[in-house]
Ligand binder design. Structure first.
Ligand SMILES: [Zn+2]
Length: 314
């Protein structure tokens, strides 16, 4: 993919290439009224969270991560999927929001956004399940006097944050008649998972523990086996109708840390574009069909976003 991108960059087509003019982007940002951001793994990568989604064929231990994030993978081996989720949870416990989370969180709050983009609305839609955007938002909010938050954050039409794939810390009962959901921040999640996060390298000689179902996370209401409560591949994301409505009304979409080719970013960007809005992509690398974007800024999200949103020194 890098080779293709280099070839394209070497033979630019004026009509097809997105703009990399930061000042021109800031003008658009300043005049947009309904702004949304769709964020993916590249937003959390600078926090040390490896990119799992969108990297088809990537392995954890010797297993395809894609399959570990499916219902079929769970049915095949709840022990393995729970060890994978436990490994990810333990990583996230150690992670902190980075400057990109912080910049988006500030941009969410009218107190900061009004200077940059007066009279606008903003919703951050994240595919990440690490809760780092939520943490960043809570942290920025708590640093401000309550009367400076304004009413913008409580507007039900424009929620500050939508975690469309849920959270690594949500659990759901697998018993059809129960389906109880709960949030759990225990580390380890249960005694049988303790230490299994250390066996992660591809080709590791250490035998994989086969944890019996009775020792995996169990529902606090009915005692049945729990599954990770986040959205797996093939499942319907949360708040889809809300996301679509926000997208249909958006005149600017920021695509951050995700390929603009894959769903849902591709679809949402397409909707905004078709309605005459602008698409700005912020990613570490080029991806196919980037040329459909109006703006393209390459680099690590924690470096480019604070600058692009003018949240660097606030
Ligand atoms: Zn239950």
């Amino acid at each position: 993919m890098t080779t293709t991108a280099n070839v394209k960059a070497a033979t630019p087509n004026q009509c097809d290439e997105p703009s990399t003019d930061m000042e021109a982007f800031k003008k658009i940002l300043g005049s947009s009224k309904n702004i949304i951001c769709i964020a993916g793994a590249g937003l959390s990568a600078p926090s040390g969270i490896p990119i799992f989604r969108g990297s088809e064929g990537a392995l954890w231990r010797k297993y395809d991560m894609f399959k570990l994030s499916t219902k079929a993978g769970f049915l095949d081996s709840p022990s393995r999927v729970w060890q994978f989720e436990h490994y990810r949870r333990e990583l996230v416990f150690k992670a902190k929001p980075n400057a990109a989370h912080d910049a988006l969180a500030k941009f969410t709050i009218p107190y900061f956004r009004e200077r940059v983009s007066p009279g606008s609305t903003f919703t951050l839609i994240t595919q990440n399940v690490d809760e780092l955007s939520r943490k960043a938002l809570e942290s920025v909010k708590s640093s401000l006097p309550p009367d400076s938050l304004g009413e913008g954050l409580s507007d039900p039409e424009h929620p500050p944050l939508i975690e469309m794939h849920g959270s690594l810390f949500d659990l759901e009962c697998t018993a059809y008649e129960c389906k109880h959901r709960e949030t759990n921040y225990d580390s380890p999640l249960c005694p049988a998972l303790a230490g299994t996060e250390l066996i992660y390298e591809v080709g590791s000689k250490e035998p994989e523990p086969d944890i019996p179902k009775k020792n995996l996370p169990r529902c606090s209401k009915c005692g049945s086996l729990q599954r990770p409560g986040m959205v797996w591949f093939g499942e319907v994301p949360y708040r889809v109708d809300e996301v679509l409505k926000l997208t249909e009304n958006a005149d600017l979409i920021l695509v951050v840390g995700t390929s603009s080719v894959v769903h849902p970013a591709a679809k949402l960007a397409g909707i905004v574009k078709a309605a005459g809005g602008k698409v700005a992509v912020f990613n570490i690398d080029r991806s196919k069909r980037d040329e459909q974007a109006d703006f393209l800024f390459l680099g690590s999200a924690d470096v480019i976003l604070p600058e692009a949103l003018s949240m660097k020194h606030v």
